[in-house]
Write a protein that binds this ligand. Structure first.
Ligand code: FES
Length: 271
């Protein structure tokens, strides 16, 4: 369909927001996506806040070496050295150790390019959707405080990689139970799934793709970076899916470990 020049509103920094003068020109259920985004992100924020502040017990199931990702690396009173020990690092820290740990993975997610789009649209309603009136009259982008701090994302990416390594180690250690030998349970698979999705989320990150192939003028002179860029580019196309899957699974992993550690359910042994 040809677009009439008269209907185009140019977007300018500091200028008036685009969008129609009426609430919306759309007749479809465009609001479903922002409403779903608000529901899922709100549920995650409420659950993670509870787990971080109040869920300071049952985050580790010693019998099968299962540690919640919200409490990894283990900085609290319960560590993986066969039961209860004193904290190796945080004798002075009286609050939940998750409050120290979660700053990094949550900072990584909060500054993620995809989540920014999602929560600007759904919570801030700016822009809400095509052909829907913007909730704000002016546009400053991310050019000044506090949103300019979103540019810190590339550094959170490096911290995210460190946590991916730690959670991968947790998943591998979950195969080795305190009694000795190698075992596999549903919990082991849950930890493996969680670590895998977090790797996919990180490797599909826009900052990761830029790190691999950004600012390269001639790929033929940088064959390794070209290979890395070709590897992460198809993952990058699925970044939104990995963002949601990893978010849900990391919360479900915490729930699973708590249910097992509290004796509510049994961690079924596969071998
Ligand atoms: S863009 Fe989403 S994690 Fe980097």
């Amino acid at each position: 369909m040809a677009v009439d020049d008269a209907t185009i509103t140019e977007v300018q920094l500091g200028g008036r927001r685009g969008g129609p003068d009426v609430a919306t020109l759309r007749t479809d259920k465009w609001w479903k996506l922002p409403v779903t985004t608000v529901a899922v992100l709100s549920a995650f924020i409420v659950y993670a806040t509870w787990a971080a502040f109040f869920g300071t017990s049952n985050f580790f199931y010693a019998a099968h070496n299962l540690l919640s990702p919200f409490y990894s690396p283990c900085l609290g009173n319960i560590c993986k050295t066969q039961g209860v020990t004193t904290s190796p690092f945080l004798g002075w820290w009286q609050l939940s150790p998750a409050l120290i740990i979660l700053v990094f993975p949550l900072g990584f997610r909060m500054t993620c390019y995809y989540y920014r789009k999602a929560y600007y649209r759904s919570f801030w309603r700016s822009p809400v959707a095509c052909a829907v009136q913007d909730a704000h009259s002016t546009y400053s982008g991310e050019t000044r405080a506090p949103l300019i701090l979103q540019n810190i994302h590339r550094y959170f990416f490096y911290f995210g990689l460190v946590f991916n390594v730690l959670l991968t180690i947790d998943a591998v250690q979950a195969f080795i139970w305190p009694g000795g030998g190698v075992h596999m349970s549903i919990g082991t698979l849950v930890l493996c799934l969680n670590a895998s999705l977090l790797w996919l989320y990180s490797l599909s990150c826009h900052a990761c793709r830029h790190l691999c192939g950004g600012q390269v003028r001639n790929f033929s002179k940088h064959p390794i970076r070209h290979k890395l860029w070709k590897f992460v580019t198809p993952l990058n196309a699925k970044h939104m899916q990995f963002a949601w899957m990893s978010l849900v699974v990391v919360a479900m992993t915490d729930v699973y470990v708590r249910l097992v550690a509290s004796g509510t359910i049994t961690d079924f042994k596969i071998f």
